[in-house]
Write a protein that binds this ligand. Structure first.
Ligand code: BES
Ligand code: MN
Ligand code: ZN
Length: 484
């Protein structure tokens, strides 16, 4: 569904439009006297007595063609609470026949700043669908006209827009099937973000070989597609201060390789590039809103396929860091891609911190389901910042342990380490311990295992199912609150 938003200064026609009005938690209707016609007022106040006031949104059918929708704003409502209200409201109004609405912003009692902005943000985030491959698309438009004075500055609108664009871009990338968004195509799409002012560097197989990124290359060697490392730089500070770094796993499709996955649900592995999509979406958002920060995004793009040239279990490869890895299971490929990407990021950009994102382990879904991403970090301050940002935008993270005692599980007889732990248990932590070995310079680092968050079968508060874009808003908030 397409959402069109208009700002109108002039007084609207109270008695002919579909109205969305805000009201307090007690549905104290007297506050709306000025905002609706007297006949509507008596109709609504009469009917209100018959309605369940525990609901947050109540709809009145004024006529067959016209509705009044009351949205109650309770005390201490947070920004994300307002966004959820917008999303709930969208779920109600999208079913209506008539799809033009007027919001009287003056009824938004100023309990938290910028209620209208967050309300519309919630509507827009919830309304996203991926219909590219449907012959019959939903061509309906919802038009929302905003009246009144309680409208925030244009700068704030630009920011909401940038976050939406970044989130939708990440969702689009995750939604694309493996036959379309293979590494060659993905690298091209990222390259097109140049036009927003990002500096893009693409390292193809020849360059990666020269650099010695053999753990990344090993994952992609069974595929007819190329393997890439792509860097995206945003210099919003116009100085050379150390950037914030975001690294993403971009496995365009994960068959498991020679350690082939079972057929059932293998199709889900089209979203095994979600970590990288979050990084790309975040960078697009930073560029669109001209964020006052230096940041770099780094993604490893590969396709994990079985084939005549595919990596074998038992292979030993030398990573960019110089450390050697024995590949015991070709399905534990994400950590191999990230290993080289992380070391390269640390060495090349000397960042203030590195945050990597990956759909890394099924085990994190066993631990945390689809409520929290797993957070693994060598830094308490960065962890706290992530936890706080996550609570604020409701993209939550839960800190999980790292400990050197887990190291023995990934030490190898034949190489410096092996890519899986054969003893079993703590699958997400041993994966994180593996990644930590590729931070060579004590850079503050956090790893987010988003395997349970990237995709939603049933939909969440601010998405209607499918790719969630989880992480774009989290990292944007982290930057906004602590680094701008
Ligand atoms: N991409 C998968 C992890 C995954 C599983 C993401 C389910 C989303 C949903 C990853 O590459 C993988 O295969 N991990 C293995 C690791 C194992 C071989 C040590 C896993 O989790 O089973
Ligand atoms: Mn895998
Ligand atoms: Zn994978």
């Amino acid at each position: 569904m397409n959402i069109k938003i208009n700002f109108k200064k002039q007084v609207f026609n109270k008695s002919s439009e579909n109205l969305i009005l805000f009201i307090d938690e007690n549905f104290n209707i007297s506050s709306l006297k000025k905002s609706i016609s007297s006949s509507d007022y008596s109709y609504v106040s009469d009917l209100l007595k018959t309605r369940d006031l525990k609901k947050k949104i109540i709809t009145f059918d004024i006529s067959s063609k016209r509705k009044i929708i009351l949205v109650s704003l309770r005390k201490n409502l947070t920004h994300s609470g307002v966004e959820n209200l917008g999303a709930d409201c969208y779920e109600i109004i999208k079913e209506f026949k008539r799809l033009d609405f007027s919001i009287n912003s003056d009824t938004a009692i100023n309990r938290s700043k910028n209620i209208i902005g967050h309300f519309l943000h919630g509507i827009k985030l919830k309304s996203y669908t991926f219909e590219k491959y449907k012959s019959k698309k939903n061509t309906k438009n919802i038009t929302i006209n905003i009246f009144g004075k309680n409208i925030s500055k244009s700068k704030d609108w630009a920011k909401f827009n940038a976050i939406e664009e970044g989130t939708f871009y990440a969702r689009d990338l995750v939604s694309e099937p493996g036959n379309v968004l293979h590494p060659d195509e993905y690298a091209k799409r990222i390259n097109s973000l140049k036009k927003f002012g990002l500096k893009i560097n693409i390292y193809d197989e020849r360059k990666l070989k020269k650099l010695g990124m053999n753990t990344l290359l090993g994952v992609g060697q069974g595929s007819i597609r190329g393997s890439y490392l792509v860097t995206m730089e945003w210099n919003g500070l116009k100085n050379k201060s150390r950037p914030l770094a975001f690294v993403g796993k971009g496995v365009c499709f994960d068959t498991g390789g020679i350690s082939l996955k079972p057929a059932k649900f293998m199709e889900d592995m089209t979203y095994d590039m979600a970590g990288s999509a979050v990084v790309v979406g975040l960078m697009k958002n930073l560029a669109l809103r001209k964020a006052k920060v230096n940041a770099v995004g780094v993604v490893g793009l590969v396709e994990n396929m079985p084939g005549g040239n595919a990596q074998r279990p038992g292979d030993i490869v030398k990573s960019y860091s110089g450390k050697t890895v024995e590949i015991l299971n070709t399905d534990a490929e994400g950590r191999l891609v990230l290993a080289d990407a992380i070391t390269y990021t640390e060495k090349k950009f000397k960042p203030k911190f590195i945050i990597d994102l990956a759909t890394l382990t099924g085990a994190i879904i066993v631990s945390l389901g689809s409520e929290y991403a797993g957070l693994f970090s060598n830094d308490d301050k960065l962890s706290k910042q992530l936890i706080d940002a996550g609570e604020k935008v409701e993209e939550k993270v839960w800190r999980m342990p790292l400990n050197k005692n887990y190291d023995k599980l990934i030490d190898s007889k034949n190489a410096d380490m092996q890519n899986i732990n054969y003893v079993g248990g703590a699958g997400s932590t041993t994966a994180a311990q593996f990644l930590q070995r590729f931070i060579l310079d004590k850079t503050p680092w956090a790893h987010l295992d988003i395997a349970g968050m990237a995709f939603s079968k049933y939909g969440g508060a601010l998405n209607s199912g499918g790719a969630t874009g989880y992480g774009v808003r989290l990292l944007n908030k982290l930057i906004e609150d602590n680094y701008e």
